[in-house]
Design a protein around this ligand. Sequence first.
Ligand code: ZN
Length: 242
Amino acid sequence: MTNALTQARIDLAAILRWSARLNYQQGVCNHFSLLAPGSDELFLVNPEGLFWSEVTASSLLLCDLDGRIVEGSGSVELSAFGLHAPIHRHNKKARAVLHTHSPYATALCLIDGGVVEPVFLAGLQFYGKIAYDEDCRGGAFSTREGDREAAILGDGNVLMMRNHGPLVVGPTVAAAFDRLYYLEETSHRQILAMSAQRPLRMVNAAVAQDLADQVPLFDAYADKHLTAIKRVLDREQPEYAS
Ligand SMILES: [Zn+2]
């Protein structure tokens, strides 16, 4: 195992553990995947049947885009290949692909016409950047469905699947996780605001666009976010990195 691959395993295990703390996992479903450093063909993914709270760096499976396990023991759920492999294949920004049924971003996906509105400062990074799949066709049990989702996502970094949940991609684990975290936070705040039965107050479009364009700022912040997560896990659950 190369040092870069070891580090990739540790980073992916860290955000799985952290996402478990944040209640993003449903049962033992949902997957985070990451292309192996230096490869466009192999990706790491959490194995079928584990809680994210149990994942360790060494328990992550290394697979190819056709569904074969190259390294590790266990199995990968069918929908992990069906959804994740096509997005890794088609979206060059998608080194990391994170899919959850996290409560609030998913709740927005369950509302007819529900979208992330430009209302919360911490969510303006998403302004104009979210793709919506309005046509739920069931689970991604084949890559045909994943190909369809990849086409809707295009080269974007957030896909909200109606009647299903969010999928976030990024060039690094840190960038993708930070995006997922703020998507869930923003959705939470927006749904709380909507429950007040008063009109949402939209941010001026130029202001929203200006913030959405600050990608380097968000990426730098994302690295610090992941470093802080690993600092806490190193102290409280150090086995995650084993
Ligand atoms: Zn799902």
